[in-house]
Design a protein around this ligand. Sequence first.
Ligand SMILES: [Zn+2]
Length: 572
Amino acid sequence: MTRILITSALPYINGIKHLGNLVGSQLPADLYARYCRNRGHEVMFICATDEHGTPAELAAAKTGEPVADYCARMHEVQAELAKGFRLSFDHYGRSSSERNRRLTQHFAGKLAENGFIEEVTEKQVFSHADNRFLPDRYIEGTCPNCGYERARGDQCENCTKQLDPTDLINPRSAISGSTDLEVRETKHLYLRQSALKDEIDVWIDSQTDWPVLTTSIAKKWLHDGDGLQDRGITRDLFWGVPVRKGDQDWPGMEGKVFYVWFDAPIEYIAATAEWADAKGLSEADWERWWRTDKGADDVRYVQFMGKDNVPFHTLSFPATIMGSREPWKLVDYIKSFNYLNYDGGQFSTSQGRGVFMDDALSLLPADYWRWWLLSHAPENSDSEFTWENFQTSVNKDLADVLGNFVSRITKFCRSKYGEALPAGGETGERAQALIDELESRTRAYEAHMEAMEIRKAATELRAIWVAGNEYLQSAAPWTVHKTDPERAAAMVRLGLNLVRLYAILSEPFIPDASTTMLDAMKVADRAWPGAIAEALTALKPGHAFETPEVLFAKIADEDREDWEKRFAGVRA
Ligand SMILES: [Zn+2]
């Protein structure tokens, strides 16, 4: 048994996530967590909402709620949707928690103590009407390069020129529209990543099993141009973790907060502490996952995220941990994803284009989405959701292959032998060939799951379902039964044991269908299979079962066409 710590990138609080977000971190992390648990490992699976920063403040202003209330409400919404998709987090925390506040301040204090924090005075635009400093992208004006009137302070999206807010002609606040702006001096803290560059470099080099996609992104940031840059870790905002040096005041930093990107990854640790708090456990219970001096040296830590998050997880967060000079657990493996596109374009939260998590669950149960998303996960390149592909995949893989198999074998048994496994008879060579195939496929499936090769695992699982269907088709117990009911009984027994095997193997992908199948087979022992020949005799003659309802309904053409139209455009 190994202890495995799994974190999913934190979804941002300002709205409901779309299916592209889901498959970019939380869903594959759940697949892996479920698999590891089923293999008998001790798992800690952590996620949380990422709640600080300007977008949260602005989203709250839009709904007229105090930002803390807005975040509390949206956290509940996201937590419910996570449950709906059967994401099996051990804890779904909040980056605005007291735990994270204290831990973020603790890390900042340690970094300062060890000389990795620099105080820098810079000039920034202050808006009197908004009573706040404006981040660059919240200042709008006319582009000096192309004349576009809605250029942002960091970049003109019309001509793509990189800008400084002071370059803009007629600058105004993107929040209030006010032109009453003033350039003021303000002090900020910088994390001296440049001083930790060599240490990070050595650490990255020691990660021999990381995918090239991950290490090449990290190496680029480490070495391109002037190398790894220091990074501002504070902001002039109201909503965030107040800047303090551990539990002490930080002179000159009053009224400022840590930048959301500094406190968000620390929430991985804090959320584990929140888990212990929620369960009434001790400090030692969560520290054994995170402190290598308190038991975490034998933990394997795996992170899941979209590729855009890789720099922060390979550089900034490790810099925070290393610079603390405390024995916190560093990540062992990063599984990163490309993007899922939507029907010829991109998912768009602002334009409401694509399917969002709440919409998805209002149309179909979670398993349908889980299966499609995981079997099409954007691992080695971007992938694309189309309704036609989704319909085909659901109807073929889930309804025709798996669902049909379960339905045929249980109904046939019920009609000829009743709802219990029949006794007698021997299976023949065909069954032996099936067992041999399933033996090698199951071991291949395990290897793909362990390597987090999600699409390959899905392909193997589907082949495992297909093999059972083909066996049933060629063995044809319904024909054999007419002349040799004993031999047909042996085939049926094998088929019903396959239902149990499929339920166990499929659980990480389609947990609800798995439960339905196991409940129907009245199975208490859900242990992962060793030798397949043995697993297929687990249910003995006389074992009672219930014929389940239809596992998966097919998607009709009219529904597909209707949904295609509904999700093409602007979401209300
Ligand atoms: Zn321009």
